[in-house]
Design a binder for this molecule. Sequence first.
Ligand SMILES: [Zn+2]
Length: 109
Amino acid sequence: MPEPRLCSLSDIKGVTPNIITGEIADMKKYNETKKTYEPYSVPEEWNCPITCYNMRMYVNCARCGKEIMFGDGYTSMQIHNDYGLGYTVCEECHEKEWQERRAAKENAD
Ligand SMILES: [Zn+2]
């Protein structure tokens, strides 16, 4: 089995092109309190595919940037593309998203 390596562009389906224009879909982040999406971006050097052909390849958490194996990541509940598909986040950020969602829900009640 080959050694895990950083997920490269050729492994990535995550750059989801707009069906009409071919442009890469924007990232956006759902604000649990405001219940709206806000513009979101990651540093250019982060590698944040929406999906990856190989679960053992490394990507950056779309929230904190930590390098994680794609298969160990979680689908973000907040950081989405234009089609509502979630980017990959690490376990800690996944937990933070849950906490934010619970907090927003409690404050709304
Ligand atoms: Zn993270």
